[in-house]
Design a protein around this ligand. Structure first.
Ligand code: ATP
Ligand code: MG
Length: 468
């Protein structure tokens, strides 16, 4: 194969292929998808050719109007439905009334909605949708990943769905800016990556959120947390401890943060700071801030760090930061050490000890020349409790550690586990862990501190009632 042919092939099919029913005889053969098995034979659907023809004609007739944000969705839906009906009158294939209705519904869904993703978006049990190019769609249901039997017609189809999603929130994705974050109207978080960065077709990841955010009772019923630990964490929040939720990607950090934020008393003035607004605090005295990426001219960026600094001038009682990933950690620690007790945040780490190491690294990213010991002292005096969350092998997201930061010994920050998940109980016949969070028997030193705020917990909570 010549270099030009190779390059043409690598670029994949043109976005507006002249004949979507099959490549023109003289078209270059599509490039083999690297390491991707051929998609399974698609079910022969007598209507699909009609659907594709109608779809194409509709794109020709309505063109850019489909993505222009004028007249609202109802107006657009009316125009699309009318045009589909119009186009169908020219269709040669005889259709029954039922087929006709189905084609209208399918094409309208595809044009106005999210094509094959629509049923997955509607299904409340699906928590994540992952599109690896037009032929491969995975979902997460009940904590487990599975492939679904659905696909896009081609990458151009997938791109149109992506364009629709991102243009609705005023963003844009193309070769020049091939990665984008966006939202669906229901708040679901969307990330899309297109060519040339994505090599085997556009990639789309949608994190869905429960319509009603999970409550502490939900987490207890899922087995994420036990009632006594929920009671302890409630006391920690009311007692104004500074807490960090640590966990891997998609382990449930933000969800846990949301639930813990729910324990903040209604009178407290809370500033929330996030990359993408996900927290849903019910209290009235909440000031929500969202960071902003730089625009296409490279200007206008507002970072989490800027927002944390600004928050300190807004007289907050507490600051809740969605996730710290960089030098913002330094400002967050300073806020915790200077009268904003009861602040909460999350970090990406796999164990409580790892969370401490991550925080140290992130403080260094602030570009302030602090010796390691000084950083650790800041961490040790700022943070009281680390909660570790994890999506475990059985697909269930659980809190695996509640650990107290007790101080420093020499150069090391000391940690003490108060509750840990009991793996020793093994798994049941369905492959689900039998264990639960069990107390280590250690009484946390922070009880004294929360008592100062007038908060107490039942003494039996920690396994052994203290003999004194
Ligand atoms: N305890 C839980 N039980 C069941 N599902 C949960 C639980 N916690 C979170 N989820 C679901 O798991 C998904 C990921 O949750 P969440 O966004 O809280 O994770 P995260 O750790 O913050 O992810 P990221 O690393 O992307 O920020 C969401 O769909 C959420 O609804
Ligand atoms: Mg999160």
């Amino acid at each position: 194969m010549g270099l030009n042919d190779y390059l043409a092939g690598r670029r994949g099919p043109e976005p507006s292929r002249p004949e979507p029913d099959g490549p023109a005889p003289d078209a270059p053969a599509p490039a083999p998808r690297h390491v991707r098995p051929e998609p399974a034979e698609r079910p022969a659907d007598a209507l699909s050719a009609v659907r594709r023809r109608v779809h194409r004609s509709l794109l020709e007739v309505l063109g850019p109007q489909l993505y222009a944000d004028v007249g609202g969705d109802d107006d657009l839906r009316r125009r699309v439905t009318e045009t589909v009906e119009d186009v169908l009158t020219w269709e040669e294939t005889p259709l029954t009334a039922a087929d006709r209705t189905r084609v209208v519904a399918d094409v309208t869904d595809e044009i106005l909605g999210h094509g094959p993703l629509e049923p997955l978006l509607r299904d409340p049990d699906v928590t994540e949708i992952m599109v690896n190019g037009p032929d491969l769609i995975f979902i997460e249901r009940g904590g487990r990943l599975t492939e679904v039997d659905a696909h896009f017609h081609d990458d151009a189809h997938l791109r149109r769905v992506i364009d629709r999603i991102v243009s609705r929130v005023g963003r844009h994705v193309d070769e020049a800016s091939p990665m984008v974050d966006a939202r669906l109207p229901d708040g679901s978080r969307v990330n899309a990556v297109v060519g040339p960065i994505a090599l085997d077709g556009s990639l789309l990841t949608i994190r869905k959120f429960a319509k009603d955010p999970y409550t502490v009772d939900d987490l207890i019923s899922f087995g994420t947390i036990t009632a006594p630990v929920a009671e302890l964490l409630d006391a920690c929040v009311r007692g104004r401890l500074d807490m960090v939720i640590s966990g891997g990607t998609g382990s449930g950090k933000t969800t846990t943060l949301n639930v813990l934020s729910g324990f903040i008393p209604p009178g407290d003035r809370v500033v929330t700071i996030e990359d993408a607004a996900e927290l849903q605090l019910r209290q009235r005295h909440v000031l929500r801030l969202e960071s902003r990426p730089r625009n296409t001219e490279g200007r206008g960026e507002v970072t989490i760090r800027d927002l944390v600094r600004n928050a300190l001038r807004m007289r907050p009682d507490r600051i809740v930061v969605g996730e710290v990933r960089d030098g913002a950690a330094l400002d967050m620690l300073q806020a915790m050490n200077t009268g904003h007790d009861g602040s909460l945040t999350t970090v990406h780490a796999n164990t409580p000890r790892d969370a401490l190491a991550r925080l140290e690294t992130m403080v260094l990213m602030a570009g302030v020349d602090l010796p390691a010991r000084a950083i650790r002292e800041q961490i040790a005096s700022a943070i009281d409790v680390i909660i570790q969350v994890s999506r475990m092998k059985d697909g269930v997201r659980r809190i695996t550690h509640v650990s107290e930061v007790t101080g420093m010994e020499g150069d090391i920050v000391t940690l003490q586990d108060i509750f840990v998940f009991d793996y020793r109980a093994g798994m049941d016949e369905t492959g689900r862990y039998r264990g639960t969070l069990v107390p280590t028997g250690l009484r946390p030193a922070f009880l004294e501190e929360i008592a100062k705020a007038g908060v107490t917990v039942p003494p039996g909570l920690f396994g052994h009632t203290a003999p004194w």
